[in-house]
Design a protein around this ligand. Structure first.
Ligand code: PDD
Length: 289
């Protein structure tokens, strides 16, 4: 059986991934000078596309790069990409870099941004992981001060995430000045005294699309929820910890730095939120999201 060859979009055309090439002077390659999005697709329907496109605009504004497409053009490209790839559930990746130019840090005038999009089969974490929960470690957040930009320059995130893998954990929970920011590739929620806590969106974390869904579901279903700065000691004494992201959805963290979180099992609030999230996904599949 031959390996599945996704169809990607590059330089204004669709092609098999093995035919997609970028010049070595692309500023994405040289400087990590670009931004990206990851959009889950359920039953061939992109999840919260408008919100992802809004965040993309925010990231482009943050790096002073003009959006190469109007939202409707993006929506058409995403639709075509999904249609050209296998599988009802996919994850669409899109990135825009500043383009190709002789190496110089300052913006080169008049170059065309490089747009790249690919879609891969969506693989949600196995159910067993949700039954047991996953382990995380903590580390100082040593990233820059514009973590609200979804930039392709992810070196700190890469190094931090590898720390977790080296420790046999799946995520690293980042702390800055004794306060929670987020995970290396996810947002983090805390349950304290039956109350769901989330750190406020600011320049120190990525405004997660899944984060918004979880807060909306909490508010709509009478789960007490507060968005406020969360101190390190509240993370360490949490009854429950969750990570959220487009690819991991909502995942309980049951071990932190080798110590059990609460009683070391996914907690009751997680079970409730997970069920709500699954119902919401079903509605999206049916076109009612
Ligand atoms: N990452 N924070 C960081 C640093 C992230 O990289 C991500 C997602 C999130 C969660 O955002 P969302 O709910 O919109 O996926 C938070 C993606 C999935 C990635 O880089 O692959």
């Amino acid at each position: 059986m031959s390996e599945y060859m996704p169809i990607v979009y590059l330089h204004d055309a669709f092609m098999p991934i093995d035919q997609a090439h970028v010049p070595v002077l692309d500023r994405g390659f040289i400087f990590g000078d670009g931004v990206y999005e990851v959009i889950p697709v359920y039953s061939r329907r992109p999840f919260r596309l408008q919100e992802h496109l809004q965040r993309l605009q925010h990231s482009l504004d943050g790096i002073r790069l003009q959006n190469p497409h109007a939202d409707q053009e993006w929506a058409d490209l995403v639709t075509q990409l999904i249609a050209r790839n296998d599988g009802d559930d996919q994850s669409v990746y899109m990135q825009i870099t500043r383009g190709v130019a002789r190496r110089d840090h300052a913006f080169p005038p008049g170059i065309k941004p490089t747009v790249f999009m690919m879609s891969n089969p969506m693989t949600v974490p196995p159910a067993e992981l949700r039954d047991t929960g996953v382990s995380a470690i903590t580390a100082p957040d040593n990233r820059w001060l514009r973590c609200d930009i979804k930039a392709t320059s992810l070196l700190s995130n890469v190094l931090l995430r590898q720390l977790a893998v080296d420790a046999g954990a799946v995520e690293v929970i980042l702390l800055r000045d004794q306060f929670l920011t987020e995970g290396a590739a996810s947002n983090i929620f805390v349950v304290q005294n039956g109350m769901l806590l989330a750190p406020p969106k600011n320049h120190l974390m990525l405004p997660g699309i899944t984060y918004d869904v979880v807060i909306e579901l909490a508010v709509a279903n009478n789960i007490l929820c507060e968005v406020r700065p969360i101190a390190e000691h509240e993370v360490r004494t949490a009854q429950e910890l969750w990570q959220t992201s487009s690819l991991r959805e909502v995942m309980p963290i049951t071990l932190l730095d080798g110590n059990p979180v609460g009683d070391g099992k996914p907690g009751p609030l997680f079970q409730k939120m997970y069920a709500l999230y699954q119902d919401y996904k079903q509605a999206v599949r049916a076109g009612k999201g």
